[in-house]
Write a protein that binds this ligand. Sequence first.
Ligand code: HAM
Length: 453
Amino acid sequence: MDILTKKVKGAEDILPADSYKWQFVEDLMREEALNSGFREIRTPVFEHTVLFNRSVGETTDVVQKEMYTFDTKGGESITLRPEGTAGAARAYLEHAIYSDGLPVKVFYQLTCYRYEKAQAGRQREFHQFGMETYGAADAKADAEMICAANSIFERLGLEDIRLELNSIGCKDCRKDYTNALKAYFSDNKEKLCDTCLSRLERNPMRILDCKNESCKQVAANAPVVLDYICPDCSAHFEKVKTFLDAADVEYTVNPTIVRGLDYYTRTVFEFVTDSIGAQGTVCGGGRYDGLIEELGGQPTPALGFAMGIERLMLVMKAQGIELPEPEKCDIYIAPLGDAAEKKAFELLWELRRSSFIAETDIVGRGLRAQMKYANKIGAKYSMVIGDDDLNAGTAKLKNMETGETVDVPLDENFTEAFSDITLQSEKGMLMDLLGSDNMDILRDIIGKTNDGE
Ligand code: HAM
């Protein structure tokens, strides 16, 4: 196939026939975040490479194998963001957002770039929705984060997504664990890939999320971090669980979750499903109490999560969840002749200014073809305007479903007349829906919207 008409591997188009599903999901996520007091942050698609090296971590798969990094003409090393946490933290510090008072709560919807092996649910360009909180050390903040993610899944009607929870402790209690891992992996050196051999000294925890099969097998029997966490971290973890219980959010503790990025401390969590194959982690997050300091700020507890929107879409498809389709065209206006075309265009924009979805011909079709098109786009009403109609000052508005027609004035009263007609028809539909048992309630509603008529 010609390269000019072929997308780059690992990237996907979101086509007009599907974009309404994305809009629905993104709107719902935005609403969830706003309702919990989070405000949107938008950061650039690229950052200085060193930001990701420092935050995500030099020995992670993301930094070692997956980043889209390039030198600009000015000689700067730039990287397309592989995730949203680092950029948001950079912006938090750069603009001193903390000076407005803590906690600071932000959310984002963005594209991310990772040079991974593309497969269902794993892309090289993908979309994340994420939430981050800065300046909250309390376990309630962990629970708030987890509950917000959970609420999004619930509101989308998703089932079979389980929450898995772990604690990977703080910098201090991590030392003993790192030593235990070093000892274990040193005894199994011959089974590790070259990248993991280099991680053995620098950061043995990263061997635990290597995607290499042989490394995975060794990692399966490695010591687990939960056995090494200090009393403070343990108490924090217990409190997180208590708040999740209070909010009636179910979870299982999975001591093997360590997450693939270096900045995490204490609570880590993943929402996982079996309904979309191998790439079943739809959301991941946790605390990162050391990151802000690592980037040059004051010590600031922080935490967050991000969910992969493509994976969510796959789950919704697998579970047969239908989303409301966008509103169809309210009215199609078909003009015949030059003068009618002008009138149609004038009415079209009056209708649109009043928030109706109105369409007219823009490709020079004949009347029959126009009516066929009006049918195809599901127009609720159509109206043909010819010279006779212009002279008479009225035209026939046709209800495309019932075939009924009614005369409407082609003057400044047109939009109001159309508005009345659609309102009456909506009331009729409501009446059919409610049935005769609820006629009193209906009369009440109609009475109110109809000036007591
Ligand atoms: P992450 O686990 O690397 O965490 O990514 C979060 C989510 O993004 C994953 O659970 C998955 O749904 C989606 N995702 C990751 N890679 C891909 C891919 N190649 N194709 C499709 N979807 C993908 C983070 O990115 C952290 N920044 C999350 C976080 C925010 N932690 C604290 N705050």
